[in-house]
Design a binder for this molecule. Structure first.
Ligand code: AMP
Ligand code: MG
Length: 325
């Protein structure tokens, strides 16, 4: 009897606490180089959320922990924060599954002007072949040694450098949803979106502008979606579009894709996958998506759309959906 009363009391307290949880609606700019918004129930105050965003920015950006590695000389063992180290190791392991994600491409990202100095209004010109070939000599994860015990990274080449831009936002979204105590809600960090506590309908941004979304799908509690595309950071030079996602030839990937949206239970994996799947294209992405238990939507330049294991509803008549096996 006493046991039942204690259980009933605990249920009563839990229900009362949930009922007291405040509704939250926040948004802000300039964190991790982008905007964020949160709408939901419970969890931390906006100030606390922004404090965490600044901490995360330091952990994943090239101006934070990574700067120590990128500015180090060859042979120097550089100790980084445990979270940064484990995200680097996640990306290194991911690279063993697919070389399409290579965080050591940073010298190339910089050469093309897509580092954090990039600004839509700057007039950039593509580098010449010789500079690309030369810069590629400083790219490759084999130019780094990782010491898991001491969490240090040692370069073999002075100019080798790392960039977590392809997975940092996804990592941050999962981290915030797990650590901020939100009961339910939807968090958007520059288009990388995570849900907690219940499911939400999410729209996919059309790569070619126009409506605010052209298709919708359901994001379940604990899932994160990430989109990579050639329309997000690019410049046009002499009629050709150059964008920010690179292949191992040191050039922006050329394919018929405009964007890829990936849904996964891990934010870091969703983000890493969207970048890698953009590089790989739909057919070669399937095995990788299966490996991380993820699903995806591929949008082509001709407005054909293909979905793999994701139930999407195309709401715009300009787009045609094909479901992949
Ligand atoms: P995302 O927007 O998540 O697809 O990430 C793109 C960013 O990741 C770029 O702005 C670069 O900083 C970096 N990047 C570009 N290509 C690659 C690649 N193949 N592997 C890893 N990082 C990349
Ligand atoms: Mg990514």
């Amino acid at each position: 009897m006493k046991k039942i009363a204690a259980v009933l009391l605990m249920v009563f307290i839990a229900v009362s606490l949930a009922a007291c949880a405040p509704n939250r609606e926040y948004m802000g700019f300039g964190f991790m180089g982008t905007f964020y918004s949160f709408k939901g129930v419970g969890g931390v105050e906006q100030k606390e959320l922004e404090k965490k965003l600044l901490e995360l920015e330091n952990l994943v950006s090239v101006d934070g922990e990574l700067k120590k590695i990128n500015e180090a000389k060859a042979g120097e063992a550089v100790k980084v924060d445990a979270a940064t180290y484990s995200l680097i190791k996640f990306a290194v392991d991911f690279n063993k599954n697919s070389s399409a994600l290579d965080i050591s491409l940073y010298p190339i990202v910089k050469l093309w002007g897509f580092d954090n100095t990039f600004n839509e209004n700057s007039s950039l010109t593509p580098p010449d072949d010789q500079s690309i070939t030369q810069t590629l000599t400083h790219v490759g994860l084999d130019l780094f040694e990782f010491d898991d015990e001491n969490m240090t990274v040692t370069k073999k080449d002075d100019l080798a450098a790392l960039d977590l831009g392809a997975l940092g936002k996804g990592y941050a979204v999962s981290y915030l949803l797990e650590k901020c105590g939100f009961k339910e809600g939807i968090l958007n960090l520059g288009g990388t979106i995570g849900a907690i506590g219940k499911e939400y309908k999410v729209g996919i941004e059309p790569p070619f502008g126009g409506e605010s979304y052209f298709a919708v799908f359901t994001l379940k509690s604990g899932e994160v979606c990430s989109t990579s595309g050639n329309y997000q950071r690019n410049y046009v030079y002499e009629g050709t579009l150059y964008h920010h996602i690179f292949g191992d030839n040191g050039r922006p990937v050329e394919n018929s894709l405009a964007s890829v949206t990936v849904v996964c239970g891990s934010g870091a994996a969703a983000d890493a996958l969207s970048t890698a799947c953009y590089v790989l294209g739909a057919e070669k992405s399937k095995e990788l998506l299966d490996l991380y238990d993820a699903s995806a939507v591929f949008v082509y330049e001709d407005k054909n759309v293909s979905s793999y294991k994701l139930d999407v509803n195309v709401t715009s008549k300009d787009y045609k959906l094909k479901v992949e096996e």
